[in-house]
Design a protein around this ligand. Sequence first.
Ligand code: S3P
Length: 172
Amino acid sequence: MNLILIGYMGSGKSSIGKRLANRLGYVFVDLDKRIEDLAKVSIEEIFEEYGEKEFRNLEDHVLSKVLKEENIVLATGGGTPCHSNNIEALKENGFVVYLELDPPTLKKRLFWAKSKRPLLIGKNQDEMLDYIGGHLEERMPFYSQAHLTVNADKINASKLDEIKDRLLSFEN
Ligand code: S3P
């Protein structure tokens, strides 16, 4: 069984994913990292050189390979579940957890890290808050299909244990 984390950019999918993988004895897989390894360039460069459409094609391709693996904790990209029916594929191949945060918290986390996020580059604080609010609303129909939604603010040991317990009871 796989544990699959979905959620907006900045929701903590990679850091929480690593902690959960440790707890479960699973392998941690970061989808963006796998895409970069295959393309041999960064996500920013893929967007810049080939555009978002090509990035999504590559993302779908790498996702279909990764979903053949077993006992992984997978941190998806923020847009992964929202394209190409990927939410269905994710739910068929694991226990899907949505890491939820509100737009002001996401904006706070993302403002200083936006250079690594092609979709956010060049926005000031107000523009970023507006963008995140609208974008999150568009993505909610996908994120809300997760098996479990967890508030991703201040994830502590008991929240990690709860996710682990829910995964184990989902398996049985
Ligand atoms: C994206 C999120 C990014 C990365 C790409 C597109 C998105 O991943 O896949 O920049 O569409 O939300 P993170 O959520 O890990 O930042």
